[in-house]
Design a binder for this molecule. Sequence first.
Ligand SMILES: *[C@@H]1O[C@H](CO)[C@@H](O)[C@H](O)[C@H]1NC(C)=O
Length: 963
Amino acid sequence: MRTLVFLGVFSLLCVLVFYRAGLDIVKTLSPQGCRMSWMSPSYVLQAGLDHSWTPLASRYSLFLYREVGWEAPNELRGSPVLFIPGNAGSSHQVRSIASSATRQYFSSPYHVSPSFEHGPQKPVDLFALEFNEDLSAFDGHTLDAETAYARATVDYILSLYEKPTSIIILGHSMGGTVAVSLLPHPNVTALITMSSAHTLPPARLDRRIDSILAANLQILREDPTPILSLCGGATDLLVPAESCILPELEGTEGTPRIYRRTIFTSALQGAWTGVGHKEMVWCHQVRSRVARAAIEVAAVAERSPEVRAEALDKWLRDGHTLPLPSTNAAIDRHDEILDLSTIGPEQIQHIDALVLRGPTQPYTYLFPVPNPSSKLQTYFTLYLSRGSIVPVSPHHPLPLRVSVYLCPSSTHSTTCPRLVPTTLKLVPEPIPDKPFPVPDTGSDESEGVVVFAADVPVGASEQQQHVAVTIEGADGRGWLTAAFVPSEQVVDNTGMFGLLWSGSNINLPVTSLLTEMVFPNLLSNSLLVYKLQPLLNDAATCRDALMPPLLEHSSDHAETHYFSLLQNDRHHQVLLHSHASGPFISAPLHGFNLTLYTSNDQPCAVRSLRISINWWGTLGRWGTRYAQAVVAWSIGVVALALHHAWGAGKGLGTVPAVSQSLSYFATRLLLKMLALAFVVSLLPLPTGMWLGNVGAPVLVGLAPMLLLVAVGLACVSWAVVDGILELTSRALSCGVRRPARVRDTIGARRNALVSMLFVFMLIVVFIPWQVAFLCAWIYHFHTCATTGAVLRSVSGNRPKEQAIPLMSREESNNPTSPTPTSPTSPSFDTLVSRHNMDKHILLLMTWLLPIAAPVLAVWVRTLAGSGLEAVWGAGSGWGWSSDRNVLIVAPWLVLVEWAGVGGSVTIPSFGGPMLSPRHAMFAMALAAFVAGPRTPYFVFEVGSVAMAFVCAFGIGPRYWDRG
Ligand SMILES: *[C@@H]1O[C@H](CO)[C@@H](O)[C@H](O)[C@H]1NC(C)=O
């Protein structure tokens, strides 16, 4: 008993810790810095989308967004864009993006902004679906209905425009899943999903959702429509960011490149912030870019997918790919080549390293390429604050323009071609002493440092080569710095266990513009968070540095995070986290890179970095990823308890109380299971099994710990259920003086059969099985409570009156059975046994409720929101038809009905010790432990099959005999 209490308290503490740590992740790992967006919204209902288009017209609706005072409400002038909201989302979520699209296209009401005046761009008409806040994440059939409606909507919207026309689709969260399901579609130009899960459903309670995502994966691999996925990173607690990453395509030679891009907002140029799940649609830094991308893609809608992909790439960039040379070639062609002879000698300077604050004049700097004899490969690196190096710049750049050329030799010729960069991207420019990103504000559109790096070929000739840097548009604002840096990487070979043990110190070389560090042996996994503590030479002088140290962490082809190393906080630490791999998605990946950007104008160097594990963050990551696993494992524990109870109760033995079964489990089995969990964690199982980590040795501690929590939670849950049961049965025994239920068994039997048939009928035509399961649970709870009340009255009144216990079939049909007279008589024991067995089953059903409950909630909501018709799906074919799965819930109905009329659910000895129906529970536990964490719904299915087995062989024969 003490063990149980200890386990219970331990698990509650763990849950509390997981919960707190999980919440802290939002603030610590990838904080959010977003400006609010403002608009004057109006939504025009599209009544034309009626029943002639879709049978779902009465359930869902379509709106057109209009900015009040900026656009005429009904006139369609532009290119259509459709927004699909997610789970419990609303059509109104479109307002931030839609308003931004209008206010970017028009500079004032009805006046086209100068930048679009002569271009091919048109304003966009943003339509938004209204799903009445349907809970599509929990129920595949709702998702199917939404997809069917969205498909009809696309046809309808296309019909409003002159042919040929096409549409851009934006999907938020589950809306992204709906959007992908619409493909392939000849008239969808591009698809942008925001905070959507692509590889793993966030709630895995429904088989249908899993199969929809699997079908979508196939679409994502093959469909030529450009698809871009925006991910909010660790800040998004609802959709684990590792499932937001689009699957990588196996590139086959010869086929045209299919555009799939995953962009983390932490790397999105101009945003550089974590973005929460709901915030994704209103965060100003994100919505303005999404809106602009929609305008630009719509302008090239009739062109090839490659051209559309370029437009997406231009406006939603994270720096992982090199920018394409501007398609607007006329603008930059003139400075494709630099002719030194045209520049006066007073405007040319030879220099080794450049540090320039607030340049005021046009100038050209020549950097001699280092001597080839130095052997070291060198990078030419240049940082430019707030200006532009075509085509990269902040959204609102200064006039300052810098171009970089490579001059073969200054004696032979004076023309220099452009130097092709290996890196050209915008990185954030944190403000010293302010948190980065600044809370509620984030980065400004004019901010950002353009990083230019090029691998300069060291010519074999003796001729001195130069890199030429020209500055134009200098007006005293902005700065730049440039130099050659050795392309040396600092490699730290510390392994995971070394890190667990003691952490690792990395000493950095003398200051240079760019330092790269590689950690080939550390895991990049969403379950691990590292702590990085920088040691600065002199924090005070760093405040005046052009570019205070900025750290870039990249772990995946899609994921990059930036951290400012200079913060007010003395104990400032950087929390490195990654989504390159995660449980149930891919085996843990090794290796990540850190890049340190600093200017070399001040003695502000990072002397060393110390890296270790951050446990609090790590625990927070576990909590959000394994909540469903713990539920599945608790079901497994309870199933094993039932297995034990049936084992002990077979023949004439007494069925132990639930707490006895649990303590048997805790004292006899738990240690062995912990050891087993440890071993199984080391096996390279497929990602869908166990905890989905494919035997990564450093994560073995996870399984035993979760097992302890699961066992503890099973104990706690039993304490709670038993407590409520006790109260209810007390209330019942007060209310009913003589609770003995003497019944005409034959009548009861017939009634029960009739009522069960009635329930089956209901499931077939009307209610989903989840509702039937809840009813079964309530009925069984009632049975347990009344039996409890009877038992109390029997044991309490024993000396005075003859107890009349439950009239069980065995007794009523067996005249020779002794009349129960005292608690010591076998009949009283039988009663207690039966009661204990019922309670075991009650606990198991209670643990299965979380799997059924969400769909139940969906059903109730749909019923309340859209009325009977939607639920029934009369005529539409989109009701709950496929969810009226009688089979999955039938065994439970039979079971509780049997228990309800006093049938004993004890298992007879049957087929010897090896083959007993009780072993079905063992199978269920096995399913719960091995497959449960990835697919909790599978546990329910196996449970139903197991119960069917028990019903068929355990109680079936007696059922028909007595009935
Ligand atoms: C959809 O695309 C096809 C093929 O490009 C085109 O023939 C058709 O006219 C388009 N439909 C509409 C409604 O524009």
